[in-house]
Design a binder for this molecule. Structure first.
Ligand SMILES: Nc1ncnc2c1ncn2[C@@H]1O[C@H](COP(=O)(O)OP(=O)(O)OP(=O)(O)O)[C@@H](O)[C@H]1O
Ligand SMILES: [Mg+2]
Length: 474
């Protein structure tokens, strides 16, 4: 359960806010002054501080500074009333996660709290490179394959530099995990690490989220806002899904990389910033350049140090280790016994192609632990899942896409002549031919494989005029 400290001298407000957070399943502790709050930060383990700026005794900004001295990575959300926003902005420049104006909207505040805790987790929870299943603290990058060894070497190589890093790989291959590892093993590991997901933030907000804005920059810009880049000054910014970044923002990122400065929206001032950029994408940037969706100059700037994450299907030797790791990790998290995986189930996991990569594997193990209720994972448990996947989620891999295409086109072209039986006959023919291919033309084995009698298979071969032996296997 995440633990939040609320520092506010207004008893009524603090108590009702704490109550609300408890209802949202947070563990909450309150403090009526900066001094009391600092004591708690020093003594207890926390995930977030929500700090009012106007406090009796030690003021908000001083309290903020001391909190950061005790724990630089503890996220702090500043709550500020009219008249103290300038100080709140100062605090944001010094690394406060964000600030909100009193009175605030509860749903927005709750969403900000979630984001801040997540950001704190990414900064604070260690990522062990080349982790060993069973010895767990935080997250680990698992895998002994050659592809992953190269990844570890790259992480090691870039750790002693401030170089910009581009992480590439299919969805679910661990790009975010590797970005965190690069940060944690880097020179700026004691500074902040902020993640900007270029797809998750609407295009019109992305620019102000990154670079901030001045009062009056657009309708609704009631005061200056500090963007994430400025806020991370001295630290690291992770630009996730950079392949989806709009072109005008790409230009500003290029400027940041080349000239190390930014301008807030609606501002004239050039603000020097010193941030390390880590970027990730699953997009084909070369193709995006051809389509004029990605700037070539930015691409060259980013790709100097590239870490390429191999898809899981290219390193099946890592699957067993990952399975073991997730079994331990999730049985701990879900507080269930680790039931293990039956030997016969492992080949199924090893032969599957994992289009969703490690995320898919991790989700599967979690699901299995919940549904199996303590029973070891067996081949029978896995069969329906992969069967479903193969027909539901894996069209391109199984060729179902083309089958669907074929059915669709036939239906579209044929006005009533294409009967259900015609479709089924064609499909039956394909199935029999494939089974014979697999058994190298051996009819008994093919019949067994398909679960039909030999005579039935013979009749099908005759019906569909399937050529045998060499022709089939060729
Ligand atoms: N080598 C690995 N060892 C252990 N866990 C891993 C590994 N790679 C990925 N994971 C886990 O798999 C999940 C997906 O990884 P992550 O979010 O880093 O992928 P991604 O490449 O950023 O995917 P996307 O492109 O969809 O954002 C996460 O829960 C991550 O912790
Ligand atoms: Mg990601």
């Amino acid at each position: 359960m995440n633990r939040i400290l609320v520092i506010d001298d207004d008893d009524q407000l603090r108590i009702s806010f704490c109550k609300l957070l408890k209802e949202e399943k947070y563990a909450v502790v309150g403090a009526a002054s900066g001094e009391a709050g600092i004591e708690i930060v020093r003594d207890e383990s926390l995930d977030l501080v929500i700090l009012d700026m106007r406090l009796p005794g030690m003021n908000g900004i001083e309290t903020f500074k001391q909190i950061k001295q005790i724990d630089t990575k503890l996220p702090v959300i500043i709550v500020t009333a009219f008249g103290t926003t300038a100080i709140a902005i100062e605090a944001t420049k010094m690394g406060a996660y964000d600030y909100v104006l009193k009175p605030f909207e509860v749903p927005e505040m709750l969403s900000l709290i979630k984001q801040a805790i997540e950001a704190g987790y990414c900064m604070r929870s260690p990522v062990e490179v080349d982790g060993v299943p069973g010895k767990l603290s935080g997250d680990a990058i698992i895998g002994q394959s050659k592809g992953m060894q190269n990844v570890y070497k790259s992480i090691g190589r870039v750790s002693q530099t401030d170089a910009t890093v581009l992480i590439r790989g299919e969805s679910g291959t661990g790009k975010e995990l590797v970005a965190r590892a690069v940060y944690q093993h880097g020179l700026r590991s004691d500074k902040s690490f902020l993640i900007i997901n270029c797809v998750a933030i609407p295009e019109n907000l992305l620019e102000s989220e990154l670079f901030g804005y001045e009062k009056g920059a657009f309708t609704g810009a009631a005061q200056r806002h500090i963007g994430k880049v400025e806020q991370a000054n001295g630290g690291t910014v992770f630009l996730d899904e950079i392949g989806d970044m709009p072109l005008n923002i790409q230009a500003k990122i290029l400027r940041l990389l080349q000239e190390k400065n930014i301008e807030r929206l609606g501002g004239e001032e050039t603000i020097p910033v010193d941030v390390r950029i880590i970027a990730a994408t699953n997009k084909n940037l070369e193709q995006a350049i051809l389509e004029e969706k990605f700037r070539e100059d930015l691409y060259f700037r980013l790709k100097v140090v590239t870490i390429e994450l191999p898809p899981l299907r290219n390193r099946p030797e890592d699957i067993n280790g990952l399975v073991a790791y997730f079994m331990i990790k999730f049985s701990n998290e879900l507080k269930v016994d680790n039931p293990g995986v039956q030997k016969e189930a492992l080949p199924i996991l090893n032969q599957y192609t994992w289009p969703g990569n490690i995320r898919e594997l991790s989700n599967l193990i979690q699901k299995m632990l919940i549904f199996n209720r303590g029973a070891p994972i067996s081949a029978i448990d896995l069969a329906p899942i992969f069967k479903k996947n193969e027909t539901g989620n894996l069209p391109s891999q199984t060729g179902l896409n083309s089958v669907q295409e074929w059915v669709r086109t036939s239906l579209a072209q044929n006005s009533g002549k294409c009967s259900f039986d015609d479709f089924m006959d064609t499909l039956s023919g394909i199935v029999v031919a494939e089974a014979l291919k697999k058994t190298n033309g051996n009819r008994s084995q093919a019949a067994k494989l398909l679960g039909v009698s030999r005579p039935t298979l013979h009749s099908k071969i005759d019906k569909y005029k399937i050529k045998l032996k060499t022709e089939v296997s060729g």
